[in-house]
Design a protein around this ligand. Structure first.
Ligand SMILES: NC(=O)c1ccc[n+]([C@@H]2O[C@H](COP(=O)([O-])OP(=O)(O)OC[C@H]3O[C@@H](n4cnc5c(N)ncnc54)[C@H](O)[C@@H]3O)[C@@H](O)[C@H]2O)c1
Length: 460
């Protein structure tokens, strides 16, 4: 028999791990189990060296682990034991068959639905935590209700809005928690059961309940809108470079308009992360499926603009380094897709590195947290042209250029005079995140190429 106060999360990734750790911390009256088919990941969650880096995560996990928080590979008995089951498995872009390159690959998600169906011995609430196409809950419901055991499953949508790098504070003080359910008496009761969990620490006004489809769609729209702001400001950064307008000044002028708001308006080498691109492409695919070509085209442009920005960045490096980087050492500062995470999924650094590798550059990579991931991401390149460095000074030694690809705070505090002394001259800095003091670097002797601003170059 399952226990009403036992929660299971299937999928111990960037979402499942931190989310469940927070629920365990805030709900000591619940037992929380996180199950995954990857034994190495589970062993890491049970060790002192957690599988993901996230500020504040260690403390939250260590406080609850072994008390009311458990990590296991035993999916089967966990399903039997839990009443509320979150599904937080990966839903990457499908890379084969129909919908290839846009639709979500739902194979992992469907496998979990079938495991729940096979191993359940009584009624359950199944919560979609993964980001899914609109109406996925309909398919989930159909799979679960194909059971011949007479069991009842209520499917809820509870998308996760945490951002990597700030996951713990986002979970502790979410702008909102969104729960979608069927508008039937049993659907409403299931929604209430999940509201009761979050109400342990989230105020009632910040728990939004909707119908299932609105909840599923809202997650895709939230990511599409955030990415659209980044692509919008990046498109203007290209314009600034042609006209001597300054993207930081333009951004400041527009963000002070309260109708526009201040966030997600920093120009950069482009957005990355496992979600933005895949979720927009999923939205595009769904729009095409529902015969809304104009809507599909509108959102697809957000992804195209991001590709353009990454490509433009590399072309700028090439053009300003006398149209060749072959056999030149290029230091890459930052490989994670954003600061305060070791995650490199869809990181612009991968794209930039691969393009420079094609140009036969020698790459020297340094990231404070993502070195293991960088090695994995670049494993198929000629390793004799890549150095993985223990510190930024090692990466900069004899380099012709430094590329800033992640906005790690520590990059601002380096001794750039010392770095300049180590480099081949003329020395270039291409600041893909606009985080350094460009004037100061120029005064030192660097040729500085920010995004969306006039370069500060000694060569013109
Ligand atoms: N990463 C984010 O910032 C973020 C934010 C919000 C939403 N999401 C969404 O959350 C979902 C999970 O993302 P993630 O970044 O945590 O992915 P992830 O790849 O880090 O983790 C997914 C985990 O699911 C496990 N898994 C796959 N199939 C399984 C099965 N049948 N049984 C048990 N475990 C299984 C995998 O082994 C893996 O450890 C995705 O849909 C994603 O779009 C992610």
């Amino acid at each position: 028999m399952s226990n009403k106060k036992t929660i299971l999360c299937i999928g111990a990734g960037y979402v499942g791990g931190p989310t469940m750790a927070m629920i365990a911390k805030k709900c000591p009256d619940y037992k929380v189990i996180v199950a995954d088919i990857n034994p190495q990941r589970i062993a890491e969650w049970n060790s002192d060296d957690l599988p993901i880096f996230e500020p504040g995560l260690d403390e939250v996990v260590k406080a609850a682990r072994g008390k009311n928080l458990f990590f296991t590979t035993d999916v089967t008995s966990s399903i039997k034991e839990a009443y509320i089951i979150f599904v937080s498995v990966n839903t990457p872009t499908k890379m084969f068959g129909h919908g290839r390159g846009k639709a979500s690959n739902l194979q992992y998600w469907e496998k979990t639905a079938r495991s729940i169906l096979t191993y359940s011995e009584d009624d359950k609430i199944v919560v979609e935590k993964s980001t899914l196409p609109v109406r996925a809950a309909d398919a989930m419901g159909k799979i679960l209700h194909s059971n011949t055991k007479g069991l009842r499953f209520e499917v809820l949508s509870n998308p996760e809005f945490l951002a990597e790098g700030t996951a713990i504070s986002d979970l502790e003080k979410p702008d909102r928690v969104l729960i979608g359910g069927m508008e039937t008496p049993s659907g409403k009761a299931a929604v209430q059961a999940l509201v009761d969990v979050y109400a342990h620490w989230v105020s009632k006004e910040n728990i939004i309940t909707t119908n299932l489809w609105s909840s599923e769609l809202s997650k895709l729209v939230a990511n599409a809108m955030l990415a659209q702001r980044v692509s919008s400001i990046n498109s203007i950064s290209a314009f600034c470079e042609k006209t001597h307008a300054n993207i930081t000044e333009v951004s400041r002028a527009i963000r002070s308009d309260s109708r526009i708001g201040s966030k997600f308006l920093n120009a950069s080498v482009g957005f990355g992360g496992s979600c933005f691109k895949k979720d927009i492409l999923n939205l595009v695919y769904l729009c095409e499926h529902y015969n809304l070509p104009e809507v599909a085209e509108y959102w697809e442009q957000v992804v195209k603009m991001n590709d353009y920005q990454q490509n433009r960045f590399v072309m700028r490096v090439l053009e300003n380094m006398f149209n060749t980087v072959a056999d030149k050492k290029i230091a890459i500062f930052g490989f994670a897709f954003k600061a305060d995470t070791g995650d490199t999924r869809e990181s612009p650094a991968i794209y930039v590195s691969k393009m420079l590798h094609e140009e036969k550059a020698r790459l020297a990579i340094y990231d404070p947290k993502a070195m293991k991931e960088a090695k994995h991401d670049l494993a198929d390149l000629d390793q004799s042209l890549i150095e993985y460095c223990n510190c930024p000074y090692e990466a900069a030694k004899d380099a012709h250029a430094i590329l800033i690809l992640t906005e790690w705070k520590e990059f601002k505090s380096y001794d750039y005079a010392k770095i300049l002394g180590l480099m081949t001259k003329p020395a270039f800095i291409f600041d893909g995140r606009n985080i350094l003091d460009h004037e100061a670097l120029f005064e030192m002797g660097f040729n500085v190429f920010p995004i969306g601003k006039t370069p500060l170059s000694h060569l013109t």
